[in-house]
Write a protein that binds this ligand. Structure first.
Ligand code: ASP
Ligand code: MG
Length: 403
């Protein structure tokens, strides 16, 4: 087997932990697998480098920042390679450039354009363990780039895709993906398997475990992803194609998003093009819209309600103000004390009554649902923020996710 193993910042957080990672890598290697390792910087290191630059400039040159930040991952890659070498393995560490990770020119948030894995493949053919510095690449015009914070997950998945690896293991300090946040519901259970689609919908549960962009890339490149902890031998969660999941649970998990705010527009001039006008303006200002509801009012106008991330609220308000001024909207109101609770599961595609059960569960707790949206594999409800935890626990119970 060819396995890509990625170790995050806490897993390589100090010199002793790097030695532990070397031990773990060596076990895999001894099983006869070909191993490519991708590493993050030691935890806290990237922030430290950012603060160093901050000392000299509030607005440092982005290309210089990439030179600076990419160094953190080189430190861990070379140290791990040295440690493994000392244990008797033939190893080589590579920068993103040497690993053939080619990106666009958007410094600090570069997108991977292609991977030229020849150097990696040559080293593997010589039976070497290849250790790659994550989070970085080389732009098409030859400068060092970084992929955005948390980007070494993306490096690992992209490399796994390019090498057609059998598995991409992401090692963190969390043991996998849970049915819901265990801090809210201690009965939450670790999932053995979950589909890419479910994982993307459950982003809030995976947030501390896996970067969403890397799940999207894994889906695109058909990379079998496993998230697991580097601190024990506990099995993790496999994120894979739906067709490889035999028993499809009705509901796989419950996600909670507390970062939403609701905007209500009343007396909206009911004419063709008005929704287009409002939402194009919002999009142009990078306001991210989630749910939208439109209702006809009695006086020939309509009401439009939608949700945005809390930190986009001010931008959204100033755009709404323009429409109030020119009379296309009569009144507006805002509510930041909301949250979005979602149930997610591929099984609901082929079963009825899944959504009804969620609504009944809310009713039994006397929780009012103010907005609903659904997709093939998701039912989301907007409710009062104060009921967030209660809603999550009741739903977890209702779908028997602790079983
Ligand atoms: N070291 C980088 C960061 O902290 C990349 C990563 O850890 O994935 O964002
Ligand atoms: Mg990370």
């Amino acid at each position: 087997m060819l396995i890509v193993q990625k170790f995050g910042g806490t897993s390589v957080g100090d010199l002793e932990r790097i030695q532990n990672v070397a031990n773990r890598v060596s076990e895999s290697k001894k099983k006869g697998d070909k191993i490519v390792v991708v590493v993050s910087a030691m935890s806290g290191e990237t922030n430290k480098l950012v603060s160093y630059a901050d000392n000299y400039s509030k607005n440092p040159n982005r290309a210089e920042m990439d030179m600076l930040l990419s160094s953190g991952e080189r430190v861990t890659a070379s140290l791990l390679s040295i440690a493994l070498n000392e244990m008797g393995f033939s190893t080589i560490s590579m920068s993103g450039e040497r690993a053939g990770i080619v990106t666009d020119t958007a410094h600090n948030k570069a997108r991977i354009e292609e991977i030229n894995p020849k150097n990696i493949e040559d080293a593997l053919a010589e039976d070497k363990i290849v250790v790659i510095a994550g989070f970085q690449g080389i732009s098409i015009d030859g400068y060092v780039t970084t992929l955005g914070r948390g980007g070494s997950d993306l490096s690992a998945v992209a490399v796994a895709g390019a090498l057609k690896a059998d598995l991409c293991e992401i090692y963190t300090d969390v043991s996998g993906i849970y049915t819901t946040d265990p801090r809210i519901e201690p009965k939450a259970k670790k999932l053995d398997k979950i589909s890419y689609e479910e994982m993307l919908e459950l982003a809030s549960l995976g947030a501390k475990v896996l970067q969403n962009r890397s799940v999207e890339m894994a889906k695109k490149l058909n990379v079998n992803l496993v998230t697991r902890t580097s601190f024990s031998n506990e099995e993790g969660t496999l994120i894979t194609k739906e067709k490889y999941i035999m028993e499809k649970p009705l509901v796989s998990g419950i996600a909670l998003d507390k970062n939403q705010a609701r905007i209500s527009l009343m007396g909206v001039n009911d004419k063709p093009g008005i929704a287009s006008d409002i939402f194009n303006k919002l999009a142009q200002n990078d306001v991210n819209i989630d749910m939208i509801i439109q209702n006809k009012a009695h006086d020939g106008t309509t009401n439009i309600d939608f949700t945005v991330p809390k930190n986009d609220l001010n931008d959204a308000k100033s755009i709404v103000d323009d429409f109030l001024q020119n009379g296309d909207i009569k009144a507006d109101s805002y509510n930041e004390k909301i949250c979005k609770v979602s149930i997610v599961g591929v099984g609901m595609k082929s079963h009825s009554g899944v959504a009804a059960k969620a609504f009944t569960t809310m009713a039994n707790q006397n929780i009012n649902i103010s907005m609903i949206s659904t997709s093939e594999i998701k039912v989301s409800m907007v409710i009062d923020e104060e009921f967030a935890e209660l809603a999550v626990r009741s739903l977890h119970d209702a779908y028997e996710l602790e079983k």
